[in-house]
Write a protein that binds this ligand. Sequence first.
Ligand code: HEC
Ligand code: HEC
Ligand code: HEC
Ligand code: HEC
Length: 480
Amino acid sequence: MMSMISHRFRLAARMAGLAIVGSTTLTLLWFLPVKSLASDEQQTRALLEKSCAGCHRLEGAADSRFKLNAPDLIGAGSKFKRDWLIRWLLGKEEPVYVKNYRWDQLQQPGRHPVTSQGDAEQVADYFEKHLKDPRVKDGTIDLSTFSATEAKFGEQLFKEHSCIGCHQIMMDGRVTGGPQSASFLSSGRRLKADWIYRFNSNPPDFVPHSGEFVADVSELGLRYITGFIATRGWDEFKFYEPWTADPFRKADATRGAQVYKEYCVQCHGATGQGDGAAASGLEPKPAMHSKIAFNKLPDEYLYNVINYGGKAVGKSSLMPYWSLTLGQQGVADVMVYLRETFKGATVAEAAAGVTGGPLGVCPQPRTTKKAPADYLSRTNPLPATPAHVQAGKKIFVETAKPLACMNCHGQQGDGAGPIGTALVPPPRNFTCGATMKTISDGQMFWVIKDGSPGTGMMAFPGLSDDEVWQVVHYLRTLAR
Ligand code: HEC
Ligand code: HEC
Ligand code: HEC
Ligand code: HEC
């Protein structure tokens, strides 16, 4: 029915256009485009009035959804991404609202009225020109500087502030959350970031008395949640990598030394021995920078632990986040200072056990907390095939986040990684058969998932169960 209506409008307009051509041939060249633009808009307006406004409101003040027939299109020009809007009007997008929500009369994909491609484009143009929301400021959220870590924080806030109670997202490959209200499975293709930000700042400005929720989140937190929502389902989105940006090209070790003196020495000590004024009261102890081979550490990890703090990389929140204090230049400067100053323990120091005990010692003293009984008794459910062992090795040396295992446990598994020699207690020596045979598969699984609190062993919640079992298979191959 819709396309019939629009077709009729089109015909009428074309006939009007022809009439103009017939009367004034000379002025045609500049006159026709202007005239047709205006009439296109009038036509689109008429289409909206006739085919959409019966259900959707195009202007007015926000009102409760319980008084509406369909979601408001007030401010639609600031809300929807053009490509999504056009596909929606062509009936090519999944429903936005979950079953049994107020707008559930149109549950099947394609049940929403559809338009022609041309009309859909005209509607998108019209929205962008005439249905802008003056409260939404373009460029509030700069996604070109939005990092994967910020998205991770956004996801945490999304969980902690109950958003997941009413909006569904993909988590660990599964659709998760309460099926109520708008789905965010592909919100990044549908919604503009600046609109999401303004909405999140005070939802009742848009959907009063509609079951919406006002969260207690800081300005920075709003950026994280907004960026998280604005990138769901947007597969081509490239996350920003701060350590490749300008401040890092201009980093200066002399300025970094000053930052270190002013901010880091109080815990890490004047010469990076981990013996600053605060150290005696801290558990875990501040890292012994003097024994870390900083130049061998991945940029991403070093940046994250300094900029976002210990908690962001699964370590202790006793290590503060420095982003707000130092700014990006300060973080870049102190990173380059660490790299130029501290090159790791010498072979002799490492052998003598400068920190937690001589490396490679076997049997290795071990005080790790015992896993709960239901974990302890588990055995590896995967067969020890070469494919699983190989997959485990890749996780160990390369892909584990926040930091690949070998950076602490060493390429060989003896504990001599770039950070390994700085940790008290030292990393587990996987080459030591005598110690390893006392540790069950289930114990390892638990420590890898949850970490060993009060030690350098962080949690790896991002690894799936199968990935953890693969890595356990690999660790078993290292024992002698
Ligand atoms: C019969 C009522 C009806 C008509 C007519 C109608 N819509 Fe809708 N529209 C709805 C409902 C109901 C939804 C919510 C669909 C859902 O649950 O996913 C919706 C959703 C939308 C959305 C997405 C809204 C959001 O918040 O994500 C847009 C955009 C939209 N319609 C545009 C239009 C346009 C443009 C027209 C006219 C060409 C139109 N609609 C005609 C009922 C209607
Ligand atoms: C108690 C349920 C509930 C919770 C919790 C909740 N929301 Fe909503 N949300 C709603 C409802 C209801 C709407 C209105 C949808 C409509 O009818 O237009 C909404 C709409 C939205 C929209 C606009 C979606 C669109 O396409 O129009 C965004 C963005 C949003 N919520 C973000 C959040 C965030 C971020 C959180 C967590 C801080 C959150 N919501 C928590 C119920 C909830
Ligand atoms: C309030 C005390 C404190 C201050 C101040 C502090 N740190 Fe830390 N830092 C710690 C603690 C404690 C740890 C160990 C965290 C853990 O093992 O869970 C740590 C760990 C680190 C690590 C990680 C090493 C590893 O094992 O992965 C780096 C890098 C680091 N700090 C750099 C800095 C820099 C740079 C500064 C100054 C800008 C600084 N720290 C200031 C307490 C502090
Ligand atoms: C930042 C340094 C660090 C990283 C990265 C790290 N570990 Fe550890 N790991 C340690 C330390 C330190 C210990 C010793 C903990 C203790 O004594 O309780 C340890 C202990 C362990 C243990 C022994 C548990 C037990 O009960 O004895 C296992 C298994 C283990 N790590 C596996 C891994 C795997 C797999 C990875 C990578 C996915 C990894 N570790 C990454 C530092 C690290």
